[in-house]
Write a protein of this length. Structure first.
Length: 249
């Protein structure tokens, strides 16, 4: 177990995996725009007899899985911020100061990017579309938006980002506590997926919206980790360039 008295060197970082998988996923998502997959999945959660999505007025999905769960993640973020501030003064927290700083930075960036991109892209939510009882016209992500008085604010998925932002825990722990880091990765992916499914059942997002969010959050957390925490032994850093590191296990 690495000592907490000094920052450990980072475990090998496989950039072919860390960057390759999300980039391939992004390409697949773009290609899926040529299909009706998003619309087909959304129709599974839509009840034409009632004219609404099956989870649209669900107390559990809206009040518990959306509002309370979001508040819990915000509370976690505030705790991380308090711990980071305390790491400048509390002896037991000082060895973790950079990890806590990376955690705060990653979570802040992973949630704050959503709203500006929503405004720029103006993608409509499923519940606003004529296919699902709304008044707006569907358009693919990379297509021009039809004229409307109510631009959409549904890409990427905000609530999905609330879960996937916890990828930051994985990177904050990966060098000091690998086993806990893996558990944090599974937790973050599971929570983001649950949040995504909940909002899809309510008609708030298409499937691809949430997958895009996972890609963005992962890349942001990976970039923050690489900029703030990634540290290799000097002899490795000199003899092996970044591209060589990508081939390590």
């Amino acid at each position: 177990m690495p000592s907490l008295s000094a920052r450990p060197y980072s475990r090998p970082l496989n950039l072919w995996v860390g960057l390759g998988i999300p980039l391939i996923t992004a390409v697949v998502l773009i290609l899926l725009e040529l299909t009706s997959l998003d619309m087909d999945i959304a129709k599974l959660a839509y009840n034409p007899e009632t004219g609404g999505f099956i989870g649209r007025h669900s107390y559990f999905l809206e009040d518990i899985l959306h509002d309370r769960a979001k508040q819990a993640v915000i509370l976690l973020s505030l705790c991380a911020l308090a711990a980071f501030a305390g790491a400048f003064f509390v002896q037991r927290l000082k060895p973790w100061r950079r990890e806590l700083g990376c955690l705060v930075l990653s979570m802040a960036l992973s949630t704050s990017f959503v709203t500006p991109i929503k405004v720029v892209t103006s993608v409509q939510c499923p519940w606003s579309l004529t296919e699902f009882g709304g008044q707006e016209t569907y358009s693919e992500l990379l297509s021009p938006r039809p004229a409307t008085d109510k631009p959409g604010r549904c890409w990427p998925g905000g609530h999905a980002a609330t879960g996937f932002t916890l990828f930051a825990l994985f990177f904050a722990l990966r060098d000091r506590r690998p086993r806990m880091a893996r558990a944090a990765l599974v937790f973050a992916f599971s929570l983001g997926t649950i949040f995504s499914i909940g909002r899809m059942l309510q008609g708030a997002h298409f499937f691809s919206h949430n997958v895009w969010t996972a890609v963005f959050c992962w890349l942001i957390c990976l970039g923050s980790y690489y900029a703030v925490l990634y540290r290799v032994p000097k002899k490795v850093a000199v003899s092996q360039p970044l591209v060589a590191e990508a081939g390590q296990a």
